[in-house]
Design a protein around this ligand. Sequence first.
Ligand code: UD1
Ligand code: CA
Length: 449
Amino acid sequence: MTGEPRAVVVLGAGKGTRMKSALPKVLHKIAGRTMISHALDAASVLKPERTVVVVGPGMDNVAAEVAPFDTAIQHGQSGTADALKAAVPSLKGFDQGTVIVLFGDSPFITAETLANMVAAREAGASAVVLGFEPADPTGYGRLVLDDADNLTAIVEHKECTQDQLRIGLCNSGFMALDAATALPLLNAITNDNAKGEYYLTDIVSLCVEAGHKCSVIKASEDELLGVNSRADLARAEKIWQDKRRLEAMDNGVTLTSPESVFFAYDTQLGTDVIIEPHVVFGPNVTVGNNVTIKAFSHLEGAQVGDGADIGPYARLREGSVIGKGARVGNFVETKKCTLGDGAKANHLSYLGDAEIGARANIGAGTITCNYDGFLKSKTWVGEAAFIGSNTSLVAPVSIGDGAITGAGSVITRDVSPDAIAVERGEQKMRPGAATEYRAAKKALRDAQS
Ligand code: UD1
Ligand code: CA
C-alpha cells in the first residue's frame, strides 16, 4: 500500500473476565494462533510505521507474544479512550498520518477492510469508523449519520434514546483516526456517562464539533466478531475452520468429511491432496501434491513430500520431514525425523531424532531409543536399509546403506553397509517338551480337584 504513514494500536488491556481464565483473553487461540497475533497479522498489510499493543499491568506474556512490537501499559481499566491514551507516548512524533485502532479480541478483521478504512481516512475524514449491522444490536454503540451519510456521533447503547436504539448500524470499535486532527481531541473526552468510563467513541462528536468530517465503512458481522467467552471462542473457531475448509476444497483438496478436519492458521496444502475424516493439523505443516492423509492422523511442525501416504492414526510431530512417496502407517510417531523418499514405516513405531535414508524399510515396532533420561541422541539409517520388526535402535547409532537388522534386535553399535546385524539370545528347542509340559500341568490340576 502507498499513501500516508500509518500506526496501528491494538487494545487488549481488558481482563476478559467472562473467559474465566488465568490467561489474558487475547492469548487464547483460534486455529493454533493467539487472537492478538491474528489481529496483528491482518494489520501488517498496512505496513505500519509503528505498532503498539495496549495491555494491562502484569500482562508480560502478552508483551512476549507480540514482541518485537511495542507494548504500552494501561493502568486501571477506565475505558477505550483511556486505553488509546496509554499508547500516545509510543506514538510520540507520529503527527501526520492514520492511527488505526483495533481490538485484540476481534481476530477476524481482514486486510481488505483495513485498507478500505485507511483509504476513506486518507480521502479527508478525521475519523473513519467501521460499522456493521448485527442481527442483534443490543450492547453495541449506535452510529448516528446525517442526511449526507456523514457520521455525526457514536452513542453507546446505555446512553441511547428510544429513537437511537432503533438504529441498526453499530460500532465495531475499529477506527482509523487522523493523527493531526483527531488524536489531540483525546484529552477532551470525559467520563461523564452511564459507565463512568472514557469512551473512545466520543471522539467522533468532538471531531464534528471541531469542524472535521467523519465517515463510516461497513463490514460483515462475521468479520467483526468479538470473543468474550469460551462459547464465543468456539464459535470463532468454527467460523474460521469452515472458511478454511471451503478454501482448501476450492484449491483442489478432497475432504471426505470437511467438518471433522481441523487446520491451523498456517497449514499449506498442495493439490490433489486427499484428507480423510478426523485429521488435525497443528501449526507449521506443509503438505505437497498427491498426498493422502488417512483418518485420525495428527500433524504438527511437519513437511510432507509429494505422493506420500500418511496414516491412518499417524502422528507427525515437530521437525518431521517426510520424503516423496514415503509412507507413514498406523500408530507411527515421528519427531525431528527425516524419512527419505520412498521410505516406509508402516506400523507401530517411534522415530525420533532420526535420519532415515531413501527406500529404507522400518519394520513394525521399531523404536529409536533417542533419550537416556538426560540427553537426546541421533539415529541414522542408510538408504534401502531394512530394519527388522521390533528393533530397538539405541542412539547414537548408525545403520549403513543396505544393511539389515534382525527382528527383535537391540542395536547398540553401528552397523556397516550391507551387513546383517542380529542381537538376540540363541534359540533353544526341546522336541516334544510342550506335550510333556501340558501332561504334567494337567496331572497337577486333577490332583487338586
Ligand atoms: C466497545 C464500544 C462500542 C462498540 C463495541 C464493539 C466504546 C466506548 N464502546 O464497547 O461502541 O459497539 O466496543 O464491540 O469504545 N479495552 C482496554 N481498556 C479499557 C477498556 C477496554 O484495553 O479500559 C479494550 C478491551 O480489551 C477490548 C476493547 O478495548 O479489546 C473493547 O472494550 P470493551 O469493554 O469490550 O468495549 P465494549 O463495551 O464492548
Ligand atoms: Ca466488547
